[in-house]
Design a protein around this ligand. Structure first.
Ligand SMILES: *Cc1c(COP(=O)(O)O)cnc(C)c1O
Length: 458
């Protein structure tokens, strides 16, 4: 019999949440311009906007914060973080940053030159922004299955080696400073890559002197899927698998607000001391001194504790992904079209399948996200054409094949009963889907527009 995914912890402190009235929610979403990023958190009942920085910390992490060494330079807490990253991820050089995009900024600036090309297994918003900001061009080399919400391929995060080879042949290896390889690919629905694929990618890149940089943000969750799905790994611990993932890379950017169970923090980790020297030289201008990046001593203590904790038992990640699967299975049973297999950090509803009457340039996923909030106070996020932004050359929208509503599950925060409420709310909206209308911009920011854009109904 399959062992239950029950949480390997009990609850010691609670934070009250409030159910709002339908009138309050209608007022709130109109005032927010149909953008759930612009809602006040107190108007939200169950907050599935993001799993970023929303984890519940453990008693050990909270007590570690009391040990924070706030020395400006050479803090004891920094060295504890260095040890944690070396032990769990296996990278020698640590460059601390305030969060993931800080690391992406530094990495892009030290490696990308004007006109360079950076292949990646699907784009991520901030990652691509920093690559373009440094003068580079992102090219998607993820497998085709990733763009197909119906495909049950177990490793939809894999790099398509033929696509990668074609990019190398077209632009030349000397124009490709590195490939950016993401684990549990966010925009594909939290889909893993296999170790076999990562190893082959690493070998191909190294034949051409191209570095492999990991977006390790959800590498732990990816390790869990490898344990479940990849031949030969069922008896490995996630800690061992995580180390092996990192062994096929030259460095990593990390948003510690996800796997690492903290509310703020991140790092750039590298193997090459010379690259690390360049990164530290920029770090002091953009983030902070090289022994704190953007973090306080107590932040680094909580982070070091979180890194150890996430791999201390496989039960942690089993429960985390088990809860996501529980919600996914409830929705699948109710006939809601969503990305399958269910990913690691959330549910991704196929908005074009739910709202075929809304054309993509009227933002179906944005409209569905707003409708779900209005129905139930559940807050999700658009991951479709609004997130994809515009092509900097042509000025036209990028038209992604996936137009999704993401319900991201914070780690260790909500219960199974909350997941039942979410499933009931989604079904309610689905049954009244003809009433949902398309949207148009009333304000469109130039960069990363999804964060602050405002809309009205067409
Ligand atoms: C969250 C995230 C980032 C950016 O990290 P921040 O901490 O939000 O700056 C980068 N890549 C992936 C895959 C992410 O999920």
């Amino acid at each position: 019999m399959r062992r239950s995914w029950a949480e390997p912890y009990k609850i010691k402190m609670v934070e009250p949440i409030r159910m709002t009235t339908p009138e309050e929610r209608a007022t709130a979403i109109t005032a927010a311009g149909y953008n759930t990023f612009l809602l006040r958190a107190e108007d939200v009942y169950i907050d599935l906007l993001t799993d970023s920085g929303t984890s519940a910390m453990s008693d050990r992490q909270w007590s570690a914060m009391m040990l924070g060494d706030e020395a400006y330079a050479g803090s004891r807490s920094f060295y504890r973080l260095v040890d944690a990253v070396q032990e769990v991820y296996g990278y020698e050089e640590l460059v601390p940053t305030h969060q993931g995009r800080g690391a992406e900024h530094i990495l892009s600036q030290i490696l990308i030159g004007e006109g360079d090309v950076v292949p990646g297994n699907m784009y991520f918003t901030t990652t691509r922004f920093h690559q373009e900001h440094a003068g580079g061009r992102f090219v998607d080399v993820i497998v085709d299955e990733a763009h197909d919400p119906e495909s049950l391929f177990p490793f939809k995060g894999n790099v398509d080696l033929d696509k990668l080879q074609r990019v190398i042949d077209e632009v030349g290896a000397d124009r490709i400073p590195y490939i950016s390889v993401e684990t549990n690919v966010n925009m594909a629905g939290g889909q893993p890559l296999s170790l076999e694929n990562l190893k082959a990618t690493y070998e191909l890149c190294h034949r051409h002197d191209i570095l492999v940089m990991l977006d390790a943000t959800r590498a732990l969750e990816n390790a869990w899927f490898i344990k479940q799905r990849e031949y030969g790994y069922a008896d490995h611990s996630v800690a061992e698998i995580l180390r092996e993932i990192c062994s096929y890379t030259d460095g990593a950017t990390m948003s510690s607000k996800k796997d690492n169970l903290v509310n703020i923090g991140g790092f750039l980790a590298l193997r090459d001391p010379e690259l690390a020297r360049k990164a530290r030289a920029l770090l002091v201008a953009f983030e902070g001194l090289h022994t704190y990046g953007g973090m306080s001593g107590r932040d680094m203590e909580a982070l070091a504790a979180g890194i150890h904790e996430m791999v201390s038992t496989d039960d942690h990640v089993a429960a985390r992904i088990g809860q996501v699967e529980y919600l996914g299975n409830a929705l699948i049973k109710a006939g809601i079209p969503l990305i399958r297999p269910v990913g690691g950090h959330g549910i991704f509803i196929d908005a074009m399948a739910v709202l075929p009457h809304i054309p993509q340039d009227q933002f179906p996923a944005q409209a569905l996200t707003a409708a779900l909030y209005k129905e139930s106070g559940v807050r999700g996020m658009e991951r479709g054409i609004v997130s994809a932004g515009r092509d900097p050359k042509t000025g036209d929208h990028h038209y992604p094949k996936l137009e999704l509503v993401r319900l991201a599950i914070p780690r260790r925060v909500y219960t199974q009963a909350h997941m039942d409420v979410v499933a009931e709310s989604v079904v309610e909206v689905f049954e009244n889907r003809e009433a949902v209308r398309g949207l148009r911009f009333t304000y469109e920011p130039d960069e990363l527009r999804f964060f602050q854009a405002r809309f009205e109904e067409v």
